[in-house]
Every structure is written in C-alpha cells, then in structure tokens.
Design a protein around this ligand. Structure first.
Ligand code: MF3
Ligand code: CO
Ligand code: CO
Length: 266
C-alpha cells in the first residue's frame, strides 16, 4: 500500500481531529494526581471524547493482525512501561511518570498524540529522561520538510537520545495516519541521514519516539498489549501528528495546553 497524500479538504479534517486529540490531553492533565487510577483517567477521557467532543476513541477494540482487541479508550504507560499500557486498577503515586496516548476519530480522520505527565515530583533522572525525550520528538519534527528523507528524522532523534546515554526502542515506530489509524510510511526513530522515503507535501504521519534510560530491549506483558523495558529502566514517549507542507511542516496535534517547542529545536 502506497503513502496517501492528503487533499486540502482532508488536511482540514486532519487539523480538526489533531486539535481534538490534543484537547483530550488538556482536559485530563489536572486529573493526573497521586491516588487516581489509570482506569479512572481512561473513563474520564472516554466520556469527554464521546459526550463532549463527539469523537470516537480509536484505541477501543482496535485489533491489528495478531493482537486481541484493545480493551480501553486511551493508553496509559507508567514508569518502565514503554507504550500501549492498558488502563486499570493501578493507583498513581508520587514520583511516577506517565504517558497518556490519545487517538480520536472525527469526521473519518484520525488525530494521534501523547504527552508525559509527572505525578507529584519526579526524580532528577526521570525529569531529565522526559525532557530529553521531548527534545528528541521536536528535533525529529524539525527535520520534516519536502525533500528531506525519513532517515534524516530517525537519525536526528537517535543521535540526540544516545548523546545523553539513552536508547531508542526499535520495535515500535511512528506511522502514516489519516482515514486509517496506522498507514504507510513507518517512521523509525533511528537510522541514517539521506536514506529512506523522501517527504512530499500532503503526507501526514506521527513522530513518537520511545526512549529508554537503560538498554533498548522490551518485552510484552501477558495482557497482550503493555510493553515494558526488559531491564526495568524508565521509558518516556511523546507524540505529535505532523503534516508535510510546501515550506516545511505543520504540527496538527496542538491545542491551548500544548507545550512550546524546546529551546534546542527553535
Ligand atoms: N496510539 C498508539 C500509537 O501512537 C497506538 C495505540 S494502539 C492501541 O500508534 F490499540 F493500543 F490503542
Ligand atoms: Co501513533
Ligand atoms: Co499514539
């Protein structure tokens, strides 16, 4: 299946879906506190998406080949959980770091983004991992322009992570997005400059690096979804959905509560 270039009308719908996905993260932010369960965060987000936004939570019952249907409406990945954490009875406690990943469908199009949250005060090491991972995402985003290649994106992310002694998870990547949740191309968060797919205006894809404080290895839990670091080191992830424009890029998953780009990627 080829990479789908979006028309002007489709891009407008992608903008709406992207903003709505980001607004779910704005909505849930004040609820991320010690004592709340990840299941409660899921239920709050689900109600906000369905009842307030009239969006569809894309994760709910999502079942790619080889996976059982995802049972919840958002992903919540705590501490050494890398991605696809399934919300449940786990109580958040001071010092936890948490990724919340939201994907909505509006008017046939998907918007996909995630942010890291601190529960109470993080350790110095956790704060640094989260900051550097945010920089990695933005350094990747800043590579996006017509004529740049996907290897430029992956390489920039990998270099920044490894410079800080961190590692890039290899098994999961960013992805094309549009009418489908996951479409071509695959957007690796590692690679070599001047290799891979050349970017063209109208492409829409996510950049969502998963960065481990320790080794890159991962394993899947028995729930069939939750991914954790093999060495139990902390892991962080941020995600935006990006459009390639004639002059560079537009981040589609922005809203009032989005953090500005870091100084390093200005
Ligand atoms: N939102 C994730 C991504 O960024 C995918 C989650 S799949 C799910 O690609 F089924 F776990 F929701
Ligand atoms: Co994604
Ligand atoms: Co996502």
């Amino acid at each position: 299946m080829p990479v789908v270039l979006k028309t002007a009308e489709e891009i407008e719908r992608m903008r709406v879906a992207g903003r709505l996905a980001s607004e779910v993260l704005d909505f849930i932010a004040p609820h991320v506190r010690p004592g709340v369960t990840t299941g409660k965060l899921n239920d709050l987000c689900h109600a906000y998406m369905v009842d307030v936004q009239h969006t569809v939570p894309a994760p709910l019952n999502y079942a790619p080949p080889g996976y059982r249907p995802f049972p919840k409406s958002i992903c919540t990945s705590v501490n050494h959980q890398v991605c696809h954490g399934v919300p449940g009875d786990r109580l958040l406690k001071p010092g936890d770091i948490l990724n919340i990943d939201v994907t909505v469908i509006k008017d046939g199009f998907h918007g996909d983004c995630s942010r890291m949250f601190f529960v109470g005060e993080p350790s110095i090491q956790a704060r640094r991992l989260v900051e550097v991972t945010y920089e990695c995402m933005w350094i990747g985003i800043r590579q996006v322009r017509p004529g740049a290649r996907l290897g430029d994106v992956g390489s920039a992310i990998q270099q920044h992570a490894e410079k800080h002694g961190y590692s890039v998870v290899r098994e999961f990547c960013g992805h094309g997005i549009g009418r489908k949740f996951h479409e071509e191309p695959q957007v690796l968060h590692y690679g070599k400059p001047a290799t891979g797919l050349p970017l063209e205006p109208g492409m829409t894809f996510t950049i969502e690096p998963m960065i481990n404080a320790g080794k890159p290895g991962i394993r899947e839990l028995a729930d069939g979804w939750t991914i954790v670091t093999k060495d139990h080191s902390l892991s962080a992830q941020w995600e935006h959905t990006v459009l390639v424009t004639p002059s560079g890029r537009e981040v589609l998953t922005r809203s009032a509560g989005s953090q500005p780009p870091p100084a390093i990627a200005q």
